[in-house]
Design a binder for this molecule. Structure first.
Ligand SMILES: *Cc1c(COP(=O)(O)O)cnc(C)c1O
Length: 238
């Protein structure tokens, strides 16, 4: 269990590092949202994070999230529950029914199924498109090709753009794990390039770049992240 005081200390330290990275890159820290990643953490941790003023929560495993849905439902008016993990098709229903946003949309088929379920509920949902940088086979998402959107991505995005209940809001990515954030700077910069090209050359109106985790978020901020997804640096090891 993480003590409440430790959570608070971690939070203050992260806030400071966000400010420092923003200052370094001449950005407004208010443009950077800290998402708390609470996979494998219990409802009490979620409540303590809410007390610190955190609004965005990222979860990876739908079944595990269902186990603590009471706390998310109880405070629904002050939080946004976001799916950030890979989704098996039979779990899409859980996202449509219980989540506010889907930040790890990684294939066209999932987009269509999610849209069908949302249509029935008369509900729309913000989605982030997951890109795979670093060519890791184990990871999902559309491939990036040297800082350019691939033809496959462009084709699929056109279809997703026309789905009535999904609103494309941004790009999300999880570059290879490293303890030295500098090693991921090239990936963050590539993601920002793709983001800019999609907006400027293809008419998308994406506002967000979700990139950077516990070990590399300062570098991600310097490269333009608007969402950082923090687990261990905030709530300790899982
Ligand atoms: C677990 C996870 C995180 C958080 O990683 P930490 O290293 O604990 O900060 C962020 N994004 C995704 C997609 C994750 O699965």
């Amino acid at each position: 269990m993480v003590e409440k005081e430790i959570l608070k200390e971690n939070f203050i330290q992260i806030k400071q590092r966000i400010s420092d990275a923003a200052a370094k890159s001449h950005r407004d820290p208010a443009d950077i949202t800290l998402m708390a990643v609470t996979k494998k953490k219990n409802a009490e941790v979620v409540r303590n994070l809410l007390d610190l003023g955190i609004q965005y929560f990222g979860e990876n495993y739908p079944d595990e999230t269902l186990g603590k849905m009471d706390v998310f439902d109880q405070f629904r008016d002050q939080l946004r529950l976001c799916m950030i993990g890979h989704l098996q098709s039979r779990k899409i229903r859980i996202i449509a029914g219980h989540f506010d946003e889907y930040h790890s949309l990684d294939r066209l088929n999932t987009a269509m199924k999610l849209n069908d379920l949302l249509v029935k509920q008369d509900k729309s949902m913000p989605v982030f498109i997951e890109l795979n940088v670093g060519e890791e086979e184990s990871k999902s998402g559309w491939q990036c090709e040297n800082g350019k959107p691939s033809d496959q991505l462009l084709r699929d995005l056109e279809i997703i753009r026309d789905l009535p209940c999904l609103a494309i809001r941004g790009i999300m990515s999880l570059p290879p794990f490293t303890e030295d954030g500098e090693e991921n700077r090239c990936y963050f910069s590539e993601l920002r390039q793709v983001f800019t090209i999609l907006n400027e050359n293809y008419g998308y109106q994406m506002f967000h770049l979700s990139m950077g985790t516990s070990f590399d978020y300062p570098v991600a901020i310097e490269e333009g992240a608007t969402f950082i997804r923090i687990g261990t640096a905030l709530t300790g090891p899982r």
